[in-house]
Design a protein around this ligand. Structure first.
Ligand code: GLA
Length: 388
């Protein structure tokens, strides 16, 4: 009998505890579903610095996970036609995997997205030599590009959470002149769009061409290759290249070639057309297209539709060109979060940028940035679904 009140209070206590854990679970679930940004530790870099992982969430349930190491988009979810959110990007399972070998998955690219011939350019009469890392050319900023540095991160909470990243690239880094201060802001919008705003200033004349190198596979979880994805590009002209993927300097009409994506076309339809020299050089699609419409203002650049999931991605940009790359160099050596190998053509990239090798082509839109000027660029990847 004497025990009863104790048992009762124990039961009550247990009940209370259970109720508490119930309500805290609910609160946790609610907070997980609330729009905002959350920061967790991601891991240590070989030099001892710590990288963080930021999870941005909007009210619709879309999430973007971004680390300040390389500004890498580690995952990005989008709903399919049944409302199921799945990752639509290729990504690795840990920070150390990204550090070890990352074919630019999700990463910010700079100072110069794409190639500069022989790693050489002349600006105001002075010749600069850049790091050579791609068949005798300079690619994606060199040995330690912006994809391999730790950015200073500032999270911005709210209904449209944002992550501001800042990096100062020192005068002479990878051979480029001028101290370049770069700011990139990722914003997860209410309308299931990820917006990327780029800004840069310099203290000496230099060249800049920033982009993001996310690999997309709209099946969700990269279930198979992207040959059945349907792509359209708002572009009448291609920037043809030589066999080391350096522009010839001329532009080519896409009409009647495998490069005509002015109407939505299945990626695999003409990707192996070995009678086309440009397809041969690229090993598929690995080219810049000149976007129709005014440079510097936001315009539709590309759409990607994946019929089984119903997912649609629309890309808008202020950039004058887009590099459409079909993962031709993926060979299964890099495995994803699920542990299975990412094989050839398991993803496609739509890198909004200026033309490759612009510093060596005075007729191309300029990539020169001078002291007192501000480099500005915006790209939006928006997700929705559609029925066939
Ligand atoms: C860009 C290039 C490709 C390739 C990838 C990364 O898209 O154009 O040739 O280098 O990056 O593998």
């Amino acid at each position: 009998m004497k025990l009863f009140p104790q048992l009762l209070s124990l039961a009550l206590l247990t009940g209370t505890l259970t109720m508490n854990s119930c309500s805290s679970k609910k609160e946790k679930e609610a907070s997980e579903e609330k729009p905002g940004i959350e920061k967790t530790a991601y891991g240590k870099l070989p030099d001892g610095q710590t990288a963080d992982l930021f999870t941005l969430r909007n009210a619709a349930g879309m999430t973007a996970q971004i680390t300040n190491y390389g500004g890498i988009i580690v995952s990005l979810t989008a709903p399919d036609k049944n409302g199921k959110f799945e990752d639509v990007t290729l990504g690795q399972d840990s920070l150390s995997s990204y550090v070890k070998n990352n074919p630019y998955f999700g990463a910010l690219i700079g100072r110069y997205g794409n190639r500069i011939a022989k790693g050489k350019f002349t600006l105001d009469g002075k010749t600069y030599n850049l790091f050579i890392n791609n068949f005798g050319n300079h690619l994606h900023g060199g040995k330690v590009g912006f994809d391999k540095v730790l950015w200073t991160a500032t999270p911005v909470d709210g209904d449209e959470p944002a992550l501001k990243l800042k990096y100062t690239s020192k005068d002479g880094e990878e051979g480029y002149p001028g101290n370049l201060t770069v700011e990139v802001t990722y914003t997860l919008q209410k309308d299931n769009a990820l917006k990327i705003d780029y800004q840069a200033t310099t203290d000496k004349p230099t060249v800049v061409n920033l982009t993001n190198h996310t690999y997309f596979n709209l099946t969700g979880g990269a279930k198979r290759d992207i040959l059945d994805h349907v792509v359209s590009l708002n572009a009448d002209r291609l920037i043809p290249v030589d066999k080391t993927l350096i522009p010839t300097g001329k532009l080519q009409d896409v009409a009647n070639t495998p490069f005509d994506f002015t109407n939505p076309t299945v990626v695999g339809k003409r990707i192996n057309d070995s009678t086309d020299t440009q397809i041969k050089y690229g090993g598929g699609y690995d080219h810049g297209w000149v976007l129709n419409g005014p440079a510097d203002s936001l315009k539709l650049a590309a759409t990607v539709y994946e019929p089984t999931s119903g997912r649609l991605m629309e890309v808008r940009t202020t950039e004058p060109a887009i590099q459409f790359y079909t993962g031709n160099f993926l060979d299964g050596t890099v495995t994803g979060r699920e542990g299975f190998p990412y094989k050839k053509r398991y993803a496609l990239c739509l890198e909004t940028e200026h033309y490759p090798d612009s510093p060596n082509h005075p007729a191309f839109p300029t990539t020169t940035l001078r002291p007192g000027e501000t480099y500005k660029s915006t790209t939006i990847y928006q997700f929705s679904t559609k029925k066939e």
